[in-house]
Ligand binder design. Structure first.
Ligand code: ASP
Length: 344
């Protein structure tokens, strides 16, 4: 690699960009224009770092489609001039954003890595510096063919994950994320150990395609023992709803009550795309393994296999936004498009 990698940092908001004012203890936004002054360690990285911040940085609980579009457009706009992108984001909805970006950015040939922190960057015990520095290093990794990482990832507490495989699992620990169904892409220890065999390899060669049409008339319905039809049926009868993630028990099981199966079947017949996703953090749906899932398979529901709820929602938004025809919707959903599920 001859030239110094150029990295664009995009600050959307969240704890990572906060500094504490002492002695009052209040948090205020960090000035990203003075990034190198505030984190002089960044000078030791052999990269050319530029930064841009959202005009109104937000707590990630306020993330919405407009912000995902803004992010995708920012990356597209700067795609030719940078070798890698680091998105600083609040941890609360980081897995949702990572999942959404993975579908919005098709045929990505450069890294887009999201990171954040549990403690503000100005705190003594902060996890922000390690997260930020290692993420930049990972985004800058190059070999003779260009960037090593060519997908949307999430880096947190010494681990790099495929973004659309992650979920936030802890509000307290520095290890706040997990990827139960796909192993880490890289681990940062004494050495930065990248598992190249696990990285996403896009099949097609072509330029980046950015998809900003997303459909959000979708929902999540989590099953629980003792559910009342008065709660479930209106959701399934909602004429506006175009897609639903049904969070089922264990390996994709649900009560065999006739009212539930009939309501699900009627919704599917009317054109609602319903995905069976397990509410367990790890493992896969296996429709037909138990009697309690045969009815769902026969309706048929879309088999979400080992996809996360976060990625299933993003995939529904993306495929519905792309206007995929109803007759091919199930097959396309059940195909891995960005490494978000394990195919049979
Ligand atoms: N509530 C914050 C956010 O998600 C927490 C964090 O920054 O990690 O924006």
């Amino acid at each position: 690699m001859e030239s110094t990698p150029k990295i664009l940092l995009i600050y959307t908001g969240g704890t990572i960009g906060m500094v504490r004012d002492y002695p009052s203890g209040t948090l205020r936004a960090f000035d990203f224009k003075n990034l190198l002054q505030q984190i002089p360690e960044l000078r030791q990285l052999e990269c050319d770092i530029h930064s841009v911040a959202f005009a109104n940085p937000l707590d990630s609980s306020n993330m919405d489609l407009q912000h995902w579009r803004q992010l995708a457009r920012l990356i597209a706009e700067h795609y030719g001039r940078f070798d890698g992108f680091v998105v600083l984001h609040g941890s609360d909805t980081m897995s949702y954003t990572a999942s959404a970006l993975s579908f919005m950015l098709e045929d990505l040939a450069k890294p887009v890595i999201l990171t954040g922190s549990q403690l503000p960057i100005g705190d003594l015990r902060t996890d922000a510096k390690e997260n930020l520095i290692t993420t930049i290093q990972l985004a800058a990794l190059q070999d003779k063919d260009g960037p090593v990482i060519r997908e949307v990832c999430l880096y947190f507490e010494y681990k790099l994950y495929r973004g659309n495989r992650t979920l936030k699992v802890n509000t307290e620990h520095f290890e706040a994320f997990a990827s139960p169904n796909y192993p880490e892409l890289a681990v940062s220890g004494v050495h930065l150990n990248v598992h190249r065999d696990r990285l996403w390899k896009s099949q097609r060669k072509g330029g980046l395609k950015v998809h900003t049409e997303l459909e959000n008339r979708i929902g999540v319905l989590k099953l629980f023992p003792g559910m009342h039809p008065d709660w479930v049926c209106p959701v399934l009868e909602n004429q506006q709803l175009r897609g639903l993630v049904l969070e089922t028990f264990g390996a994709g099981n649900a009560p065999t009550a006739a009212w539930l199966l009939e309501a699900l079947e009627a919704a599917v017949k009317r054109g609602m795309h319903i995905v069976n996703v397990t509410q367990c953090a790890g493992g896969s749906v296996l429709m037909g393994r138990y009697e309690t899932s045969s009815g769902l398979r026969d309706i048929p529901l879309i088999d979400g296999r080992d996809i996360t709820t976060e990625a299933a929602l993003a995939k529904l938004m993306y495929l519905l936004g792309a206007g995929v025809a109803p007759r091919s919707f199930k097959t396309i959903f059940e195909t891995s498009l960005r490494g978000e599920l394990t195919e049979n």
